[in-house]
Design a binder for this molecule. Structure first.
Ligand SMILES: C[S@@+](CC[C@H](N)C(=O)[O-])C[C@H]1O[C@@H](n2cnc3c(N)ncnc32)[C@H](O)[C@@H]1O
Length: 230
């Protein structure tokens, strides 16, 4: 019941936000796309391999994968139909299959993906949902398949902590109110990063699922994540 309500909220929220989501790329001063590119590089994808982007949103990762790896089959999964529509509009259907589905229980076949990526999706899930997501990634990956998760995080101290506070608590909410961006206007983004903190919180969970895992912390801890092999 709790899961269903959260899911319905996420779906409605991101449907509503889909038309302005792209704007965040500019508001992040390039950091969002830089993170996506850097994350996808860790996957070491070979020609012809199937890449699945979970919680793909309006498809920015799909665009990068298409541009970098050309003809590889790509699967994009997102709960929000409108996000999927936008991804389809931006990057078409050539080599890309879209799933407007829950990433925690998708219809993607077991052992069908060589690589799985997920950027900026973890903070929208509860700790319990993240645990399910890690098992789901394990299920859809081929043996020795690779994965990467990257997420906005809250630096603990110092300059980057001050920068984070100013940007997420002052600048973005003000900007969001002026331009009516629901994702940032009501401190949704900073609150969800706050409760997520960093991927370190989930370390025990993903280490119990995957055989090889490396953690990373980029830009003074503003982005944290992990990558590895099944
Ligand atoms: C912050 S956006 C990240 C989008 C994209 N990965 C990016 O790099 O911009 C989070 C996305 O996760 C999707 N989402 C939330 N819960 C989901 C779920 N249970 N299954 C699939 N997608 C989900 C939302 O619809 C939204 O598009």
């Amino acid at each position: 019941m709790r899961f269903c309500n959260r899911l319905r909220f996420q779906k409605r929220f991101f449907d509503r936000f889909s038309s302005s989501y792209y704007f965040l790329n500019f508001l992040s001063f390039g950091l969002a796309n830089l993170t996506r590119k850097r994350s996808l590089k860790t996957l070491k994808i070979a020609e012809g391999e199937t890449v699945c982007d979970l919680m793909c949103g309006d498809g920015s990762n799909i665009g990068i994968i298409k541009k970098t790896f050309g003809k590889n089959p790509i699967l994009g999964v997102d709960i929000s139909k409108r996000m999927i529509q936008r991804a389809r509009k931006r990057f078409g259907e050539n080599n890309v299959t879209y799933f407007a589905e829950n990433a925690l229980s998708s219809s993607i076949s077991t052992g069908s993906c060589d690589a799985v990526s997920c950027t900026f999706g973890l903070k929208t899930l509860s700790a319990e949902e993240r645990r399910i997501l890690f098992s789901e990634v394990y299920r859809i990956l081929k043996p020795s398949g690779t994965f990467v998760f990257a997420e906005l995080s809250r630096p603990k101290y110092g300059f980057f902590f001050l920068l984070w506070n100013f940007y997420f608590r002052q600048f973005l909410p003000l900007f969001g109110r002026i331009f009516y961006l629901p994702f940032v206007g009501k401190k949704y983004l900073s609150d969800s990063i706050d409760s997520f903190e960093s991927v370190v919180k989930d370390e025990k969970n993903f280490r119990s699922v995957f055989s090889q895992v490396d953690l990373f912390s980029w830009y003074g801890g503003i982005v944290t994540g992990f990558y590895g092999r099944k």
